[in-house]
Ligand binder design. Structure first.
Ligand code: SF4
Ligand code: SF4
Length: 77
């Protein structure tokens, strides 16, 4: 079984710490990290993987394509 923590991956070098993914995560699972990348931005991290429901919103909303969510829930339309 995959750990939930492996479901959301942040590409640290792409993240500009805009905070959109943190703001829009419906489960409040993301947070500002305390490690900065080469551009000096504090990269977002998955704070509580047990809260993540793999909705994929953070991946969709990131303007810098820094987030990848594995095992996203299929969207019912
Ligand atoms: S997949 Fe959904 S619940 Fe999980 S961190 Fe991203 S926005 Fe939050
Ligand atoms: S939306 Fe993307 S660039 Fe903005 S804080 Fe989240 S991961 Fe970083």
């Amino acid at each position: 079984m995959n750990k939930p923590s492996e479901s959301v991956r942040i590409n640290a070098e792409r993240c500009k710490a805009c905070g959109l993914c943190i703001h829009f995560c419906p489960k409040n699972a993301l947070a500002q990290g305390d490690e900065n990348n080469a551009m000096g931005y504090y990269v977002v991290r998955l704070e509580d993987d047990s809260r993540c429901n793999k909705c994929g919103l953070c991946q969709i909303i990131c303007p810098d394509v820094a987030v990848t969510v594995s095992g996203k829930k299929p969207k019912s339309e």
